[in-house]
Design a protein around this ligand. Structure first.
Ligand code: PNS
Length: 165
């Protein structure tokens, strides 16, 4: 049987505890997982893509997430092109609420139409249900404590490295 390979795509600007929860769950379900930092032209970014990638790598290591997990970045072309290139049959998205379902469903249908790539929705722990990267960006920009919402490496970076960006 061919290996089950999935991609967890997102802006990860910055990675949150909710993202790490979904990554941990997905890593347990697939033989190989690609966590893909994707440039979203619809959003103004706080962190450069390479920084987000480095923070994800550090956080995945710190949290002891096991399995074959690869962190990569993608800013050219369709997400499904990356998925096809690495042999992934599945995209994994975290769903916190009906709002996420409404946002993700059209993308899931288009990605299936484009390349027969299925999307699997995973439910994070309810404790992460209200956490979003955009809220974290706001709190961080205004000098608040984001440590309850993000992995330790991200909290350290936002506290010391990103102020003034
Ligand atoms: O974390 P986000 O910002 O909600 O992630 C959205 C993302 C980056 C996964 C989405 O914008 C995306 O898939 N972009 C890649 C471009 C693409 O393939 N578009 C066509 C199908 S939706």
């Amino acid at each position: 049987m061919s290996p089950r390979i999935a991609v967890v795509p997102g802006s990860f600007d910055p990675p949150t505890r909710g993202h790490l929860d979904v990554i941990r769950r997905a890593a347990g379900l697939f033989d190989q997982l690609h966590v893909l930092v994707v440039h979203n032209p619809g959003k103004e970014a706080m962190l450069p893509i390479a920084q987000r990638q480095a923070l994800l790598e550090q956080s995945i290591q710190d949290e002891g997430i096991e399995g074959d997990v690869i962190v990569a970045a993608w800013s050219m072309g369709l997400l499904v092109d990356y998925a096809t290139d690495v042999g992934a049959q599945v995209l994994v998205k975290g769903i916190r609420s009906q709002v996420d379902v409404a946002y993700e469903t059209p993308m899931a249908i288009v990605n299936r139409d484009l390349a027969h790539v299925e999307t699997v929705f995973l439910l994070p722990d309810p404790s992460h249900a209200l956490v979003s990267s955009s809220l974290v960006r706001q709190v961080a920009a205004l000098g608040g404590d984001v440590s309850p919402y993000v992995p330790a490496a991200v909290a350290r970076f936002l506290d010391t490295g990103a102020r003034g960006l």
